[in-house]
Design a protein around this ligand. Sequence first.
Ligand SMILES: NC(=O)c1ccc[n+]([C@@H]2O[C@H](COP(=O)([O-])OP(=O)(O)OC[C@H]3O[C@@H](n4cnc5c(N)ncnc54)[C@H](O)[C@@H]3O)[C@@H](O)[C@H]2O)c1
Length: 362
Amino acid sequence: MSKTIRIGIIGSGGIARAHGSAYKSMPNVEIIAVADSIEGKAQAFIDQEQLPLAKAFDDHRRLLELDLDGVSICTPNFAHHETAVNALHAGKHVLVEKPMSVTLQQSIEMVEAAQASGKMLTVGFQPRYDPNMALIKEIVQSGKLGNVYFVETGGGRRRGMPTGTFIRKELAGAGAMADIGCYSLDMALNALGNPKPLTVSAYTSNHFGTNPKYHKEAASFDVEDFGVAMIRLEGDIVLNYKISWAMHMDTLGATMFLGSEGGLKVTSAGSGPWSGVWDGSVGSMTLYHDVMGQHVQSTIPIIEHRLDLFAEKVRDFVAAIRDSRPAPIPGEQILYNQAIIDGVLRSAASKREVTIELPNWK
Ligand SMILES: NC(=O)c1ccc[n+]([C@@H]2O[C@H](COP(=O)([O-])OP(=O)(O)OC[C@H]3O[C@@H](n4cnc5c(N)ncnc54)[C@H](O)[C@@H]3O)[C@@H](O)[C@H]2O)c1
């Protein structure tokens, strides 16, 4: 029988439940501890989720004193850095929720902690487990599009503003650009093979979140609900990136990859005011190219699947621990995603293009 993998969960709010259910569904995996900085919340989670072996903690550092193989970090964004660095230094493998952190510097320190400890730092982008997302990457990487020089991506919810910890800068760090934007960025960067971001010129606003007509927590809303950015990537590629949590429009358009030999248009699935994000829902894929001088467009069939993408990411984390594999979605890769979000916030604040400085680890 294979070894039991011992897991801790840090942060026991909404998304921790999805982590908990995924771990509970796996054989030879035990949730040994749960920590939440709000007194009594971890114990309530343990009781509700029926985790008989789990101990409750208010301070994540006490949880990290236990003999654990890995931890899921499910805190608001601001605490990802501290908890991940402490967990890695304590010798635990880490699955941290998206977005990776609040600033680029924090993400750099998280990756350095993983490198120093030899433990895995993987970031929770479950759309990577959608076979359609994998197909997008396969098409872009196949060379069928020729040299890809322009990508446009982003999600546009008509009216889908979260509440609570997501709308306060001190807890979330950023708004729509990080919360749902990081998915769009991951889709584009991963398909392109993770080129380095070089510069960002961005604009952000929050006309909806700060208006009591549109948001019931308008008084505490101090992040962006809309943003647009032009990002230069290495390889002379330009990325146009736009996101809204709320707008007077049905969509911000499709995602597109323009190449010298072909173009790929991708639309997201779903409908309603909260749809239009790249969280793992591909609606259609169309390839534009020429055949004998004729303009052709081919529909790429969507791969039907019944995968629970969220459970897949948690299962892969456990499998990577068990098999001593590298991180499935390594912090080193997601650093570029965070670098862009960091650049967006700096550029929007200064109303100027900013450059992105990345460490040279190799
Ligand atoms: N992958 C996804 O589909 C997905 C979906 C929703 C949220 N998320 C991400 O998950 C994270 C949490 O989101 P949520 O909706 O669960 O938030 P939440 O506010 O419901 O829960 C966060 C919990 O963390 C606790 N906490 C805060 N600081 C802590 C600390 N230092 N140590 C221990 N506990 C701490 C809070 O008390 C709270 O109970 C966010 O980063 C969010 O972006 C991911």
